[in-house]
Design a protein around this ligand. Structure first.
Ligand code: DAT
Ligand code: MG
Length: 151
């Protein structure tokens, strides 16, 4: 098994629309383990660090103001292949191209309001987790259901 951690975030539109529980519930039911959670408004400087790879693109300024426009639910989830598993559950960046059954496919209409962020590689996950959480905020614990999720 390749146990991984990934950074997920219910974006401000997901919070405002009351979808935090629905979205987190999907990941929990899938078998992902919650390692950390935080409800926060992202300061502009933190948003710019998180989305640094997009600096200079035409949507960058609106992306930064959108992600800082209200509270987000920041999460670290763990599981076998967690990065790719969560990306698959999120759906494509444009919700109109996301398959039904994915989070963006079921709840979103436009790219600029696509409900959820998820790390796109284990390297991105490590970088993003370190932006939003201190090492001591990542909780180590045994989960009794693991023996019914993994062989
Ligand atoms: P993803 O969130 O699927 O990893 P990304 O990293 O390419 O996608 O882009 C980050 C966010 O930026 C994305 O969730 C929504 C916004 N975005 C990306 N491409 C865009 C575009 N062409 N127009 C408007 N917003 C865009
Ligand atoms: Mg991305």
């Amino acid at each position: 098994m390749a146990m991984e951690r990934t950074y997920l975030m219910v974006k401000p539109d997901g919070v405002q629309r009351g979808l935090c529980g629905e979205i987190l519930s999907r990941f929990e039911k899938k078998g992902l383990k919650i390692v950390a959670a935080k409800f926060m408004v992202i300061p502009k400087a933190v948003a710019e660090s998180h989305y640094g790879e997009h600096k200079g693109k035409k949507f960058y300024d609106s992306l930064i103001s959108y992600i800082s426009s209200g509270p987000v639910l920041a999460l670290v989830l763990e599981g076998d292949g967690a990065v790719a598993v969560c990306r698959g559950m999120m759906g494509k960046t444009n919700p109109q191209e996301s398959a039904p059954g994915t989070i963006r496919g079921d709840y979103g209409m436009v790219t600029g309001m696509n409900l959820i962020h998820g790390s796109d590689s284990p390297e991105s996950a490590a970088r993003e987790i370190s932006i939003f959480f201190k090492p001591e905020e990542l909780v180590e614990y045994a989960r009794s259901s693991d023996s019914w999720i993994y062989e």
